[in-house]
Design a protein around this ligand. Structure first.
Ligand SMILES: Nc1ncnc2c1ncn2[C@@H]1O[C@H](COP(=O)(O)OP(=O)(O)O)[C@@H](O)[C@H]1O
Ligand SMILES: [Mg+2]
Length: 277
């Protein structure tokens, strides 16, 4: 899930260079040369098998799993490039960047569609598509989880929240962060000024090559995805997670979530028109 920034400050230690960018594993992701070591998610075994299968199918835009350690960590390949951290730099808001995120997600889905999902793995339900599905969705394509090279999305990282779902669910989750699907007041906190949400949603959908049927569904799926993200944050706050509690307070509490949801509903027709015109 997206961050408040500065979760780790690049300090070096015996573990390697601490990597900033995440909240869930804040301060626990380290780079040592060509590898990254981080807490292994509960699904690590199934996830590593999936990532290896992606590689075998020629999909080279995700980390390659290297090994699981005895103390519950995972090692993956480090992917060179740029990751945008908040407050987000202007380059990451360029139309070419947005379009490239859509097409990279499509490539991931096409490669994943050929891989059978392990139905016994404990895929997290937190951000999973409530409608279910057969595709292993990433579910957390926030800005901090995309590596760029030359202004284009080159790789997706951090598959901790991956779970089976419909492709349109993953597009909706991605739109939340990359358009972003936020009312202008909420977007102003983190994103360089004035993104035109309807126009950018269209660019993302075009980059992905979303079908007309899925375009018609997308605005309401974004509303559902936003509700799931709110429940995710509520769960973390209720569990006493200091990072999520702080960011919720800093960003105007639940009123902000109410405002975003009302704005999504009010503009549903505008988004549908922009997607289908
Ligand atoms: N394999 C990788 N290649 C390049 N950068 C990475 C890789 N893994 C993590 N990072 C960097 O470290 C940051 C935090 O890692 P991440 O695995 O996303 O943690 P979290 O689960 O807390 O979100 C990312 O935002 C990215 O900047
Ligand atoms: Mg992350």
């Amino acid at each position: 899930m997206t961050t408040g920034g500065g979760a780790a400050d690049g300090a070096d230690s015996a573990d390697g260079e601490a990597l900033a960018g995440g909240m869930v594993n804040a301060g626990a992701v380290f780079r040592r040369g060509a590898l990254v070591e981080r807490p292994a998610p509960r699904t690590a075994r199934a996830l590593h098998a999936h990532l290896l299968a992606l590689g075998e199918r020629g999909f080279d835009a995700a980390p390659r799993p290297l090994r699981l350690t005895d103390d519950g960590r995972e090692q993956l390949t480090w992917i060179p490039g740029d990751v945008a951290l908040p407050p987000f730099p202007e380059w990451v808001m360029a139309e070419t960047a947005l379009r490239s995120v859509g097409s990279l997600l499509r490539r991931l889905h096409e490669a994943s569609a050929a891989i059978e999902v392990d139905g016994r793995a404990p895929w997290p339900r937190e951000l999973a598509d409530p409608a279910g599905g057969t595709l292993l969705c990433h579910n957390d394509v926030c800005l901090e989880n995309v590596v760029f090279r030359d202004g284009r999305a080159a790789a997706l990282i951090d598959f901790d929240l991956a779970a089976p779902g419909r492709p349109v669910w993953d597009v909706a989750m991605t739109a939340r962060y990359w358009v972003p699907m936020l009312d202008p007041e909420s977007a102003a906190d983190l994103y360089p000024t004035g993104p035109d949400a309807a126009a950018r949603l269209r660019i993302l959908a075009d980059g992905y090559g979303l079908s007309p049927r899925e375009r018609a569904e997308l605005p309401e799926v974004i509303e559902q995805a936003t509700a799931s993200c709110r429940a995710f944050v509520a769960g973390r706050v209720a569990g006493g997670d200091p990072g999520y509690g702080r960011i919720l307070a800093e960003r105007g509490g639940w009123r902000r979530w109410d405002r975003v949801q009302a704005w999504l509903v009010a503009h549903r027709g505008t988004f549908t028109a922009a997607l289908l015109d």
